[in-house]
Design a protein around this ligand. Structure first.
Ligand code: UDP
Length: 245
């Protein structure tokens, strides 16, 4: 049974890793991108408005070992360009699945994509187009998790859907601890206090201060995006703390 009404406008956060085969480090796996595109297309065709923020970690991160010795701002610019590569791969897959899309970049590259313009993004969403937000926030020292929180707030999304390789938030890393316990729900402050790996602290704080829930779920389980949109119990809901009685 659904436990809450379906979402009508969502912000899907796809990390760079979501684009690559988990058994291969990095790169873009076309089969995976097609699967994500199919599921996003299904939701869009059923009337859900979908914005997507893409990461770039499968290609380059500003704080990764390959950036050692580099100026951080330059390395971060490389990271933001990496997100644009993923955005174009996803746009292509969505269009092959007959889903109308627009890519908007936070760093202008007019020959490749539209610049990010909030009102235009809203108009696209209202017309049923999937909007892919690339190049993060366009400034160094930020992550695409924070970009996801920022864009979600700007477009008035009801929630961030954070697709990951595991099926929710655990009290410890389930890959290394057999006794790890998954939370059905958890509040923002507990995530911060316990240092749980949901999104970075800037992103969590932004969501917490603005009451924007996050659903962390397993991206590649067939049909999962739809389940989250419909309000079924999937993954972990990160939400504001209960108000005192
Ligand atoms: N980045 C940035 N500013 C932003 C968003 C991203 O400088 O607003 C850079 C940063 O170097 C980051 C890289 O882009 O490491 C890729 O983004 P991220 O690490 O968030 O990707 P993900 O972990 O989601 O794959």
């Amino acid at each position: 049974m659904p436990h809450r009404p379906p979402f009508s406008r969502i912000l899907l956060k796809l990390s760079g890793e979501a684009f690559s085969d988990p058994s291969v480090k990095g790169g873009i796996d076309p089969t995976i991108v097609r699967q994500v595109a199919r599921e996003v297309g299904q939701q869009a065709s059923e009337g859900t408005q979908v914005g997507i923020v893409v990461g770039g970690g499968n290609i380059f991160r500003g704080n990764s070992p390959s950036a050692t010795g580099m100026d951080r701002a330059s390395a971060d610019h490389m990271g933001m360009l990496a997100t644009t590569i993923n955005a174009l791969a996803l746009q292509d897959a969505l269009e092959k699945a007959n889903v109308e899309t627009r890519v908007q970049t936070a760093i202008e590259m007019k020959e490749v994509a539209e610049p990010y313009i909030r009102r235009r993004a809203l108009r696209h969403l209202e017309k049923g187009r999937v909007v892919i937000f690339a190049a993060g926030l366009g400034v160094p020292y930020f992550t695409t998790d924070t970009s996801a929180a920022q864009r979600a707030l700007e477009i008035g999304a009801e929630a961030i859907l954070k697709g990951t390789q595991v099926d929710g938030v655990y009290d410890k890393d389930p890959k290394h601890h057999a006794d790890a316990v998954r939370y059905d729900e958890i509040d923002f402050l507990s995530v911060l206090n316990q240092g749980l790996q949901v999104m970075d602290s800037t992103a969590i704080s932004l969501c917490m201060d603005n009451g924007l829930p996050i659903v962390v779920f397993e991206l590649l389980r067939e049909g999962n995006i739809g389940r989250v949109v419909r309000g079924e119990h999937v993954g972990t809901l990160v939400r504001p703390a209960d108000l005192p009685a």
